[in-house]
Write a protein of this length. Structure first.
Length: 487
C-alpha cells in the first residue's frame, strides 16, 4: 500500500467562493462473463457547479447485433442534451425549460438517433433510466431547508430506487409484460413479488410465467415504434440514497438483498462495489435468479447543504471543478469527483475531510479541497493513483504488506498500519476469539504505540499478521530510540 497522496507542499488558500459537494455519487460497471471484452451497459453521472445532479444507466438489449453501440449512443446523446440545461432549472419551470421536458425529450431523441443508426449497423436497442435532481421551481437544490425534486425518465427495465428511513422503494415501473394489463398499483405489487422471489414455489403459476419472461421488454430505445417515455417525479431529502441499476443487478439480487447492502454500507463506493460483487456471485450459482449479464450500479447519496463562503469584494466567483462527468470502469479510479477522501500530510498524518474537486483522467492528476477550522478554503493538486490507493477499502491480507522502509517520518509508519486497519472493508477482522472491529483495533494500536509493551503486543490478534507487523514497527522505534540515546 503506497500512502503517498501526492502532497508536495502545504495547501494554499484560495479566495474564490467554493461550494463543497452536497451529493456523493459512486458508480461501477462490469462486463458479462459471456462477453468479458465487451460491456453492453453504459452510464454517466455529473454534479454541476450550480448544484444540479444528473446520472443515467443504459443497457444494450440482449440478442441484438450492436447492444454496446446502442447503449453508448443513448448515453452520449442523453448526457449531451441534459448538459444543455441552464443554471437554476427547476422540475416545474415554464414548459420547454423544465427538467421534466429535458429528460423526456432527451430519451425520445436518443430513440430516434439509435433507430437511424440501426439502418446502417443492424438492429439495435437500449434501455435507459435517467435521474435529474433539481429544485422544484428553479435555483439550487435545497437539501437542508427544503425539499429538492428528482425527475426520472425511463424506457425498458433499468431501474431507479430510493432508500429513505429504512424503506427501499422502486420508483420506476419496468416496461415488461408485468405492466401490460394491470393498474399501476397492481403492476407495482407484481414487480415487488417477482423481485423478492428466491424460489419458484414462492410464486403462483401466473407469476412463475411472468418471472421466466421478466427479461422481455415491451419497448426499448431504437425499437420499431417511437417510445413512450415514462416520467416520474419524486422528492429528495437529506439522508436519501438513490440507486440506478441495469437488470444485471436487479435480476440477480432480490429487493431485500439490495436494501440490506444499501443500509449496511454507508460509503457510496463501498455500496456500489458490494452490489456488483453480490450480483456476480449470484450469477455464478445455480439459482432461479442467476443470470450472467453486464452489471451497472450508480449510487447517489444526498447530504446536507454545505456552508456558503462569500468571496471578497472584487474577486470573481470561481467554482472548483464540479463540471466533470467521469465514467467509471474496472480500470478507472476508485475515488471519484465529489468523494470525501483521506490525504497524507507532510508530517505523515493521514487526514480525513478532504473532497475531490476535479479529476483529469488523462494526466492522472486531481484537485482536493478542504475547509480548515477558521473557515478558510484550501486546495491542492494531487496524484490520483496515490490518492486512489490511500482510499481503497482494505482486507486483512493488506496488513502484512504495509511497508515501513519507505515511510518518510516515524508518524507515517504508524499511520500506514493504522489506516489499513481503519479502512477494512468488512469493518474489522475475524480472529480466534471473535470479530475485532476496526475502531477497537485502531484505539488499541494508538495506545500501544504511545505505551509499547510486549504484553500489549501479545494481546493483539495475529489475523492478517497484525501482531507481528506491530512488533516489527515497535522494534524499529526502540532501535531508533537507542541510537538517539547513544549518539
Amino acid at each position: 500500500m503506497n500512502p503517498n497522496s501526492g502532497f508536495d507542499g502545504p495547501p494554499r488558500p484560495i479566495p474564490e467562493r467554493v461550494r463543497m459537494p452536497e451529493v456523493r455519487i459512486a458508480a461501477k460497471s462490469v462486463a458479462s462473463e459471456k462477453h468479458p471484452d465487451r460491456n453492453e451497459d453504459a452510464f454517466f453521472h455529473q454534479q454541476r457547479s450550480d448544484g444540479l445532479v444528473m446520472a443515467g444507466v443504459f443497457d444494450g438489449v440482449g440478442g441484438l447485433t450492436a447492444g454496446d453501440k446502442a447503449s453508448r449512443l443513448a448515453k452520449d446523446h442523453v448526457y449531451g442534451r441534459l448538459s444543455q440545461m441552464k443554471q437554476g432549472i427547476g422540475a416545474h419551470s415554464p414548459s420547454g425549460l423544465n427538467a421534466e421536458d429535458f429528460v423526456k425529450d432527451s430519451l425520445a431523441e436518443a430513440d430516434s438517433v439509435i433507430r437511424e443508426s440501426a439502418r446502417e449497423s443492424g438492429e439495435m436497442g437500449s434501455t435507459g433510466s435517467v435521474v435529474v435532481i433539481c429544485d422544484q421551481d428553479g435555483g439550487l437544490p435545497d437539501t437542508i431547508f427544503g425539499t429538492s425534486e428528482v425527475v426520472i425518465g425511463q424506457v425498458g427495465d433499468s431501474r431507479v430506487y430510493r432508500l429513505r428511513a429504512g424503506e427501499l422503494e422502486q420508483l420506476t415501473i419496468d416496461d415488461s409484460e408485468v405492466g401490460t394489463a394491470h393498474t399501476e398499483g397492481e403492476v407495482r405489487w407484481s414487480q415487488q413479488r417477482l423481485s423478492n422471489a428466491s424460489k419458484l414455489s414462492d410464486l403462483s403459476p401466473e407469476d412463475q410465467e411472468l418471472f421466466r419472461r421478466r427479461n422481455v421488454v415491451t419497448q426499448a430505445l431504437g425499437g420499431e415504434k417511437p417510445v413512450d417515455v415514462g416520467v416520474y417525479v419524486a422528492s429528495a431529502q437529506p439522508k436519501d440514497r438513490f440507486l440506478i441499476v441495469s437488470d444485471g443487478v436487479s435480476d440477480n439480487l432480490t429487493t431485500d438483498e439490495i436494501q440490506a447492502i444499501l443500509e449496511t454500507t454507508p460509503d457510496s463506493q463501498g455500496a456500489v462495489n458490494k452490489l456488483i460483487e453480490g450480483s456476480l456471485t449470484r450469477s455464478s450459482y445455480r439459482s432461479m435468479r442467476s443470470k450472467p449479464d453486464d452489471m451497472t450500479a450508480v449510487v447517489i447519496d444526498i447530504g446536507s447543504m454545505p456552508r456558503k463562503f462569500e468571496a471578497p469584494q472584487g474577486v470573481v466567483e470561481k467554482p472548483v471543478g464540479r463540471d466533470i462527468a467521469v465514467e467509471v470502469t474496472e480500470q478507472a479510479f476508485h475515488v471519484q469527483d465529489g468523494s470525501e477522501v483521506y490525504v497524507m500530510r507532510h508530517s505523515g498524518k493521514i487526514e480525513k475531510g478532504w473532497v475531490v474537486g476535479a479529476i483529469d483522467p488523462k494526466s492522472g492528476k486531481g484537485n482536493v479541497i478542504r475547509v480548515d477550522g477558521d473557515g478558510q478554503i484550501l486546495h491542492k493538486p494531487v496524484d490520483m493513483q496515490a490518492l486512489d490507493e490511500l482510499n481503497r477499502p482494505t482486507v486483512a491480507a493488506d496488513i502484512a504488506k504495509v511497508d515501513f522502509a519507505t515511510a518518510k517520518t516515524p508518524l507515517e509508519r504508524r499511520e500506514r498500519i493504522i489506516h489499513v486497519v481503519r479502512r477494512l472493508k468488512d469493518g474489522g477482522i475475524n480472529g480466534s476469539k471473535g470479530f475485532y472491529q476496526s475502531d477497537q483495533l485502531t484505539t488499541e494500536l494508538q495506545t500501544l504505540f504511545d505505551h509499547p509493551s510486549q504484553d500489549g503486543i501479545n494481546l493483539l490478534t495475529n489475523t492478517g499478521g497484525l501482531r507481528e507487523k506491530v512488533r516489527e514497527l515497535i522494534n524499529i522505534e526502540l532501535a531508533e530510540q537507542r541510537l538517539r540515546e547513544n549518539s
